[in-house]
Design a protein around this ligand. Structure first.
Ligand code: CAA
Length: 384
């Protein structure tokens, strides 16, 4: 029996800014953002979208009625929780009409949470082959206006259905992890924006990648030659490139891995950081845009969550994978976005989530997405 990603869906806000506009507004050479950081555009999240609605919008496009009835576990990876107690997964299960016999819960470990969910889902399906597990990764990345991290903001959600005999990527449950108590990036409860030691965080990321990659090779006896491509958690696309370059230097297939890496960054460069979803958007980007991958090709995945947890694992492309369908879905979503000027973005950013206390009602007519946040009344979030 094989187990893995059977379906994958993506959603991001209908609004974006251009990184050249941002650079000009901040008196920075645009090439720093475009080349040095590797980002072209950035999603801007309106008041009417939060992690729950973005996850619901990502999942709604992939789930059939039969899936909704068969799903027996809903795992929500996020570090942008909407409540300190209640799991975002419960709202999601309700909005999507998923069976009430399902387990539904949330996992938090910075950008790593959804990977823990994927691994748990694989184990669950191996034990219960007829079950289907919905794993979502949904976040909003906020560092603050005019900060060094501003160019690495963004947001969105990826939804994955984990089943037996998957149609996209078979996963074997073999992985290597590393964790340590590191203060590189964190989000204190009293703050609306992340606290980050930016350069330190990039060093730790590369260190964790090397540790988990070496451990993975030792455990599995695989080498770079076994991989057709590698995808990374991409807080910004240059980060993954630095990590990849740290191991490929002497590999015979270095050029191929670097070539495929370009495909794996196409969508991330348009959206920005999705925290938990960034690795899985990179996987979508590779699978949808590369025309040189084949069934059975092995893809490596590096997941990183500040604080910090790293994990390296891999999967093989399914025979029945439909590249054109995936590409159509994501291209359509990104092509239909509306560009904001920098003053419009700053206004939207300042009015954006997280919500401060009080009653709020949003203009939901301004957002044509299938699921939106209408507001909050009597301390209860209202989704439609
Ligand atoms: N043309 C081309 N390149 C230029 C340039 C120009 N005119 N000017 C600068 N550059 C290059 C620099 O040489 C540098 O490249 P290298 O790193 O390859 O040397 C790059 O642009 C960035 O320049 P700086 O390092 O000077 O940029 P900065 O100090 O303004 O900050 C940052 C960059 C640290 C990434 C900052 O944006 C930040 O703090 N971001 C948030 C933290 C983050 O994303 N960390 C990633 C690891 S942690 C993680 O992965 C979890 C997570 O999701 C947060």
């Amino acid at each position: 029996m094989t187990v893995g990603i059977d379906k994958i869906g993506f959603f991001t806000s209908p609004y974006y800014i251009d990184m050249t506009d941002l650079a000009n507004a901040r008196n920075v050479d645009p090439n720093k953002y475009l080349i040095g950081i590797g980002q072209r555009r950035q999603s801007v999240i309106p008041q009417t979208q939060d992690t729950v609605t973005m996850a619901a919008n990502a999942a709604a496009e992939i789930l059939t009625a039969a899936d909704r009835a068969q799903i027996d576990m809903v795992i929500f990876g996020t570090e942008t929780g909407v409540d300190n107690s209640k799991a975002a997964a419960i709202y999601l299960q309700d909005l999507l009409g998923i069976s009430k016999r399902a387990r539904a819960f949330e996992i938090k470990q910075a950008c790593y949470g959804a990977t823990a969910g994927v691994q748990m889902a694989i184990d669950h399906v191996f034990l219960h082959p007829n079950s289907k597990v919905l794993v979502v990764a949904s976040d909003i990345a906020r560092y603050g206006l005019e900060t060094a991290g501003e160019v690495t903001q963004g947001g969105g959600a990826v939804a994955m259905l984990i089943t037996q005999d998957p149609h996209i990527l078979a996963l074997d449950g073999q992985s290597a992890f590393h964790s340590d108590n590191i203060m590189d990036f964190w989000r204190p409860l009293y703050r609306q924006e992340a606290v980050v030691d930016g350069h330190y965080s990039t060093d730790i990321y590369i260190d964790f990648f090397n540790k988990t990659w070496n451990q993975y090779c030792y455990q599995t006896k695989r080498t770079l030659a076994d991989f057709a491509a590698m995808v990374f958690h991409l807080p910004f696309t240059k980060m993954g490139l630095k990590a990849l370059k740290s191991v490929v230097a002497d590999a015979d297939n270095a050029n191929q891995l670097l070539h495929e890496f370009d495909f794996s960054t196409q969508y991330n460069a348009e959206v920005g950081n999705l925290y938990t979803g960034s690795l899985y958007l990179s996987l979508i980007s590779l699978l949808a845009n590369s025309d040189s991958l084949h069934p059975q090709d092995r893809i490596g995945l590096f997941s990183y969550g500040s604080g910090a947890q790293g994990e390296f694992y891999s999967g093989t492309i399914a025979e029945s994978f439909d590249r054109a369908k995936l590409k159509r879905q994501v291209d359509r979503l990104l092509e239909n976005r509306v560009k904001l000027s920098i003053p419009e973005y700053e206004k939207m950013y300042q009015s954006g989530l997280p919500l401060s206390a009080g009653e709020v009602t949003f203009d939901i007519d301004s957002d044509q997405s299938r699921f939106v946040l209408r507001g909050r009344h009597s301390d209860q979030l209202e989704y439609v």
